[in-house]
Design a protein around this ligand. Structure first.
Ligand code: ADP
Length: 338
């Protein structure tokens, strides 16, 4: 509705500009045509006045003059009529074209605006939740006249948890904002070493769930990149794989080199992602239904958005294939260093 209203406004502006130009030229054409007609029919000049006509009797010359006058008025009306018709056609055609162009111009802006509004609303919601939890816990503690030390400690440790969540969330938000801006400092680096490091980091967490991370011999893929950022993108995929995998399962990690790209795959045997959710999982704050409860995971739905921004800043792409109930494979593709 908002898009429709704004498009109409912009289309009105486009149309006004087009019609101003069209009417300006029409007026000029009309003036020129009238001047030409005037010269040709009303005041034909020395040829008409001193030529054969001059030798005709005065009454016949009068009739001829009147006839020219009539033809002059008719021709003038015809020119005016045609110009009005042309302007009418231009008005209708330009009206449609302006509306179409304004829709095309405004749609991406409107979409970006909607995304920003959604992002702000989601971010405020996520920030408010831990704050409300803390507030109500403190309220209850303060109004309890017999608050024991043990209870006070429990409230403080719960508050600390919420503060940690808030710190993590604000760090993630700050990082997303930064990733949208400057480019990253890049240098040649071997991706298998980065993957190896990320696997080592996640292994203790995987061991807690008895999950094995399988890393076969990997290609030594060299890319131009920022090591900490690429490490983070890979760590996000591994972290998700561990988070969503069942106990005692396996995660396969691969690095493959093709002539142009280096491909990193992280495949898990977790719950998979529904087809209807697949297009959204890289959106900020998106959490698939099955993982929405905070008890199950404690993410914000920002991990994949961050990974996608990082990969995008390396001119690469990130994608997912998943069969619901069987597992998911996330793939990062990065251009090889020349
Ligand atoms: P979160 O912090 O919630 O994990 P992400 O941005 O990392 O946020 O992931 C977004 C959503 O994508 C998750 O909530 C989850 O539903 C889905 N998802 C991500 N990775 C996996 C995976 N390996 N298996 C199943 N679902 C996944």
């Amino acid at each position: 509705m908002k898009l429709h209203k704004n498009s109409l406004k912009l289309a009105g502006l486009y149309l006004a500009i087009i019609m101003f130009i069209s009417l300006f030229f029409s007026a000029a054409i009309f003036q020129l045509s009238v001047a030409e007609l005037d010269r040709g029919l009303r005041h034909p000049g020395p040829m008409g006045q001193l030529g054969p006509e001059a030798r005709l009797p005065a009454d016949i010359r009068d009739v001829l003059r009147q006839d020219r006058e009539i033809r002059y008025t008719e021709a003038k009306d015809r020119v005016a009529g045609r110009l009005i018709a042309v302007n009418g056609i231009i008005f209708i055609a330009a009206g449609f074209l302006s509306y179409y162009l304004s829709l095309r111009t405004l749609r991406p802006i409107e979409e970006a605006n909607e995304r920003l509004e959604r992002f702000t609303a989601d971010a405020s919601h996520e920030l408010r939740t831990p704050l409300s939890v803390m507030q109500s816990e403190i309220d209850v503690a303060l109004t309890d006249p017999k608050l024991s030390l043990a209870k006070a400690r429990a409230v403080l440790s719960s508050n600390l948890e919420e503060i940690t969540r808030l710190t993590d969330l604000s760090a993630a938000l700050l990082q997303l904002a930064r990733l949208g801006g400057d480019s990253l400092p890049k240098q040649e680096l071997g991706l298998s070493a980065v993957v190896q490091k990320a696997v080592e980091e996640i292994t203790p967490l995987a061991s807690q769930k008895d999950i094995k991370i399988m890393v076969p011999v990997m290609d030594e893929g060299v890319v131009m990149g920022d090591e900490p950022s690429l490490f983070q993108a890979i760590a996000i995929l591994l972290d998700n794989a561990v988070k969503y995998s069942p106990k005692k399962s396996k995660i396969d990690v691969q690095v493959e080199a093709t002539p142009k790209n280096i491909i990193i795959k992280v495949a898990d045997r977790g719950p998979g992602i529904k087809d209807s959710e697949l297009p959204h999982i890289f959106e900020r704050f998106y959490r698939a239904d099955s993982s929405r409860s905070r008890a199950h995971t404690n993410g914000y739905g920002l991990g994949l958005a961050i990974a996608q921004s990082i990969v995008g800043m390396h001119n690469g792409s990130i994608s997912v294939e998943s069969s619901y109930g069987k597992g998911s494979t996330f793939t990062i593709q990065l251009p090889r260093a020349k």
